[in-house]
Design a protein around this ligand. Structure first.
Ligand code: TYD
Ligand code: MG
Length: 464
């Protein structure tokens, strides 16, 4: 097929050029120009590839209430943790994008899942990054069994499409979309134009033949999914695979899900024979020993609650301006909490370095962790150990008041299940009605000073 002269279009203002520029001369936006196939060519190719040349029927609108409910037939991925993140399993004809840093285990997870699905359905694994031998080697290591799993090692889009059209598999995995290359475009594999074009051709094909497509995507240095934003808009589900390189567990998170709740979390552990599911993840985020500076919170990730240990270290500074380091917690959040403690608890923290870390490499973004962070700081500052079996739940207002958090009942249930005895929670969390449900001792506080007194069972302002 002859190469087509490409057009370049600014994704920000729509200006068209014949040449690629790093900056749009029309609107001044950087990195917004992408390659685009001329529409006449696009139309020809669509006609070529479309097996059924149906004329578009005249579509009319209809009352939403009269539409028939369609029951989603989900396909299990073979792993409960993966199914949970997907919202109950793979939906036929849907597009799933799995992103993550190199070496985190994307290929391992998908090969394991492909092997499990292939016991019932036909699966095509397209490896654009590794040779067939490499994938086979990994498959043998993962103790893959005889199944319906087909393997194709190819980087060119056209043979990939052909194979998909011939086999019509129930599930196809493309590892990775950045390594795929459309010969009709001049850009290098992984360039914005290539990724966008390959993904949209594959999407049309997947919807047409009801194949579930799982695309592996790279992430940039900043941890964002590489490629155009349009890729994320195009797919139905975006999952990110993350974790501490130095720890063995991996977190799979739904960032976008058209068929289920987003921010759902799945936990895996990398072992010698592949990724194993972790059914009780709170265990890996909890320390057994108690020491000063350790406080336990209950974080909510989607529909899942996790008890997580926070560690704080406060020490007199030797620097001109004190150091503040936060791992797993936003640094601005830490600054805000330090300011509240300074103002409302009379702690002179401005001459102290402050380090906060979340155990197990988890990222806790929600404000419900505020009380835990504040308690870890006070506990380290005053060298007080939090009584065993205490969890802290609450958001801190700038005025020192403790504010109610969402899903309190679910958090308390998780704490109780894990054997915690006391929970410090904001006053007015609506717990009056749920108090009888729990064996936990519920300690309600309206502000930070009261909460810390209840948590540490001493008054850090008076007794220390
Ligand atoms: P991989 O799936 O190749 O990562 P990605 O596709 O995200 O780049 O992950 C490979 C890493 O996992 C590699 O560092 C080796 C490790 N690993 C194990 O520890 N055990 C195993 O059974 C397998 C297959 C890989
Ligand atoms: Mg890989």
């Amino acid at each position: 097929m002859s190469r087509v002269t490409p057009n370049y279009v600014c994704q920000s203002c729509g200006a068209q050029t014949r040449q690629f520029f790093g900056r749009c001369s029309s609107c001044g936006e950087w990195n917004s120009i992408v390659e685009q196939i001329p529409s006449s060519f696009e139309r020809n190719r669509k006609n070529q590839r479309r097996s059924s040349s149906k004329k578009p029927s005249e579509q009319r609108s209809e009352p939403i209430s009269s539409l028939q409910d369609e029951v989603l037939q989900r396909l299990s991925s073979g792993y409960t943790e993966l199914d949970r993140v997907l919202g109950g399993g793979l939906v036929p004809g849907s597009l799933v994008l799995v992103g993550g840093e190199p070496g985190i285990g994307k290929s391992t997870l998908l090969l394991q899942s492909a092997t499990a699905i292939a016991l019932q359905e036909s699966v095509l694994y397209i490896s654009a990054e590794e040779s067939a031998q490499q994938v086979k080697l990994r498959w043998s290591r993962l103790e893959g069994k005889e199944s319906n799993l087909q393997l194709l090692s190819e980087t060119n889009l056209d043979p990939v499409i052909q194979e998909l059209e011939t086999l019509k598999p129930a599930v196809a995995i493309i590892d990775s979309i950045q390594a795929l290359n459309d010969d009709n475009l001049s850009g290098a594999p992984g360039s914005v134009g290539q990724v966008r074009e390959c993904a949209s051709v594959l999407q049309r094909l997947a919807k047409r033949q009801n194949t579930t497509l799982i695309l592996v995507g790279h992430v940039t240095k900043e941890g964002m999914l590489a490629g155009p934003k349009v890729l994320e808009h195009l797919v139905d589900v975006v999952l990110t695979f993350e974790g501490d390189r130095f720890a063995s567990h991996r977190l799979l998170r739904a960032v976008k899900n058209r068929y289920g709740a987003s921010h759902e979390l799945g936990v895996f552990e990398m072992q010698g024979n592949g990724l194993q599911e972790v059914r009780n993840p709170s265990e890996i985020f909890l320390n057994e020993k108690s020491a000063s500076g350790i406080a336990t919170i209950v974080a909510c990730e989607g529909n899942r609650s996790l008890a997580v240990d926070l560690q704080g270290l406060i020490s007199a500074t030797t620097y001109a301006s004190p150091r503040r380091t936060a791992t797993g917690v936003g640094i601005n959040r830490l600054h805000q909490i330090l300011a509240v403690l300074e103002k409302h608890m009379n702690l002179s923290l401005s001459r102290h370095d402050c380090y906060i870390a979340v155990a197990g490499g988890l990222e806790v973004e929600e404000p419900a962790a505020d009380l835990g962070i504040a308690t870890a700081i006070v506990s380290s500052y005053r060298n007080l150990i939090l009584p065993a079996g205490t969890v802290l739940i609450g958001e801190l207002g700038l005025g020192g008041q403790l504010r109610a958090v969402n899903q309190i009942s679910q958090r308390l249930q998780e704490a109780e299940r894990l054997g915690f005895k006391r929970a410090v929670i904001p006053q007015g969390s609506g717990v009056k009605s749920i108090k009888d449900e729990f064996d936990l001792e519920l300690l309600e506080a309206s502000n930070i000073a009261k909460a810390i007194v209840l948590a540490l069972q001493v008054n850090p302002e008076r007794d220390c």
